[in-house]
Write a protein that binds this ligand. Structure first.
Ligand code: OOB
Length: 557
């Protein structure tokens, strides 16, 4: 993996370690320490399963041993494509124990995305649920194993069909462990040493622990390599900022493969604090409200579109939300009016979170004055987060002026995985990540997100790359030119508008047909256009590029 991703330069490594951001820890060994601390306490609630910390640790060991028996080893990439089920957590830790690297695909992803991730990472295994929300992932797995030569294993949470059941993997691992053959590495051994009951050496805290999916840049989605120690810091520091303690119960309502519910503080931060994580199969108010009341949930995280839905639903459903103390809202800009409405409607405090899977996280603090909480997207998590707000030439703008946000720090990546050409434009030579977000920085250090320069549509918190969708549109025989723009939308913030030009004499597709065509091609439904506009020609800028500003202006009328 070493050449596939960019480490921090040595002087930064030294500083982040000396200043206590980075500890000598790996994700795989965390559950061992947690089990010692809070063994009998409930770590996870998923469907009708309640899993204690001790059981979580043992299950990670069994799965790690079973995966090793299948031939999985350190450095192997594995696509983890699971909805919010217990296996997402147990397999994540099992892979980390082995040193195999999970790629966290979103449940909504389909063949186009998964095939891209599998090829890009040379993944050897694909971990799926049997079915979720009416979709059978085993069918997709069948297509993928035929198309992608590197994929040797399909492992299924639930009914395995023609593939291998994760339950069987765990059982085989448990048996092997009883025979003393293979096991997950123990937590406390020094680097390089073999743990007493282990088949694998201890992982390097500086190595890649998992890969997240980029929130849409140019072209195809990128993989974001997060290391053990930077991600452990990410979760721990986020937990502190959200005031998490052992008494807290966190509801993972958003898909847990997203950075926000996974580690900001989300699942990892809650477990680190000794609390309980409740996994919701859906973020809909009826499912979530029932879980909040039944499990006495104290904290959860939503995107603004869902926060709107919950706030409205609470008005007529009158759910018991008395246990809820904090709602984190992030992923897209939260409207000030809604921010002020939430405490009354849901009976909890709001924490705005402006984050990115690439790293940097900003939070409003629990003791910030209500006006700051309602009107800003928070301030950086770490003192070591370096921020520049720059103009089009890369020069810092005057304080409180709007500019593009560039950042580097102890949990912000220095480059995407296997993306040298893209990295050369997305990162500065001194290691700053160009976020593509336009922000204004207040004297307090709080940021206000004012827009963006990247060509991405933020539809209800899901990021859609205009370039990726345009490429898909151009593959349609009756589309000669295409441009994708976001249009302001009350429910989802921005909706996806496809503007197309048919070739001379051709009949352009209708919206329904076009959506069907894209689904047929294997594109995730979250990327389907909401609106289709057919033009004779696209407006161009003076240098002959598609003029999206002008397009948006015309569509807004
Ligand atoms: C989160 O991560 P991603 O990677 O899906 O998307 C990052 C992008 C940011 O660059 C920004 O454009 C937008 O999403 N964004 C926001 C925002 N939070 C994210 N825009 C306005 N206001 C906000 N509060 O979305 C993410 C990762 C970790 C925690 C929270 C969100």
């Amino acid at each position: 993996m070493a050449d596939d991703w960019a480490r921090w330069p040595e002087e930064f490594e030294r500083r982040y370690r000396a200043d206590g951001y980075w500890r000598d820890e790996t994700l795989g060994e965390l559950p061992r320490a947690w089990a010692r601390r809070s063994g009998d306490a409930t770590a996870l609630v998923a469907g009708d399963r309640r899993i204690s910390y001790a059981e979580l640790d043992a299950e990670a060991d069994d799965l790690a041993a079973g995966l090793a028996t299948l031939g999985l080893a350190a450095g192997d990439r594995v696509i983890l494509h699971l909805p919010n089920r217990a296996e997402l957590v147990t397999v994540l830790f099992a892979l980390a124990r082995l040193g195999a690297v999970p790629v966290l695909a979103l449940p909504a992803h389909r063949r186009t995305e998964i095939e891209h991730f599998a090829r890009l990472s040379d993944a050897v295994a694909y971990v799926i649920a049997d079915r979720h929300e009416g979709f059978d992932y085993r069918d997709l797995a069948g297509e993928l194993t035929e198309a992608v030569g590197s994929l040797r294993h399909v492992l299924v949470a639930g009914e395995a069909g023609p593939f291998t059941a994760l339950d069987a993997v765990a059982a085989a691992g448990a048996a092997a462990r009883r025979r003393g053959e293979a096991a997950g590495p123990a937590g406390a051994s020094p680097p390089g040493a073999r743990a007493p009951d282990a088949g694998a050496p201890r992982q390097d805290p500086a190595g890649v622990a998992l890969m997240l999916i980029s929130g849409g840049t140019t072209g195809k989605p990128k993989l974001i390599p997060r290391t053990h120690r930077d991600y452990a810091y990410n979760a721990r520091a986020s937990a502190a900022v959200a005031g998490l303690a052992a008494a807290d119960v966190y509801l993972a309502a958003l898909p847990a493969a997203h950075n926000f519910p996974l580690a900001c503080p989300g699942i990892l931060g809650t477990l680190g604090a000794g609390g309980t994580v409740v996994l919701a199969a859906s973020a809909s108010p009826d499912v979530a409200f029932r879980l909040i009341a039944a499990e006495r949930v104290t904290v959860t995280a939503l995107v603004p579109a869902l926060a709107r839905m919950w706030t409205d639903a609470a008005g007529w459903e009158r759910p018991d939300l008395t246990s809820l103390r904090l709602l984190q809202v992030g992923g897209a800009r939260l409207d000030e009016g809604l921010a002020r409405e939430i405490p009354g409607a849901l009976g909890c405090a709001v924490q705005q979170v402006f984050g990115m899977a690439e790293g940097l996280l900003n939070f409003t603090r629990l003791d910030d004055p209500p006006d700051l909480v309602a009107t800003t997207q928070g301030r950086p998590l770490a003192d070591a987060d370096e921020l520049r707000v720059v103009d089009g030439e890369g020069a810092e703008v005057a304080p409180t002026e709007v500019g593009e946000l560039w950042t580097r720090g102890p949990y912000t990546i220095r480059g995407y995985y296997r993306a040298a050409a893209h990295n050369a434009v997305t990162f500065t030579s001194d290691g700053f990540y160009r976020t593509g977000d336009l922000v204004r920085r207040l004297p307090s250090g709080h940021l206000v997100v004012e827009g963006r320069v990247k060509d991405v549509i933020n539809r209800g918190g899901e990021k859609i790359s205009a370039g990726e969708l345009e490429e898909e549109l151009l593959a349609h025989p009756a589309i000669a030119q295409a441009a994708v723009v976001g249009i302001a939308d009350e429910t989802v913030g921005e909706s996806i508008c496809a503007v197309v030009v048919p070739p001379p004499g051709a009949e352009p597709p209708g919206l329904g047909q076009l959506r069907g065509h894209l689904v047929e091609r294997g594109l995730a439904r979250i990327k389907l256009p909401d609106r289709l506009v057919v033009l004779d020609a696209l407006p161009l800028t003076a240098v002959g590029k598609i003029d999206k500003k002008e397009l948006r202006r015309r569509l807004d009328r």
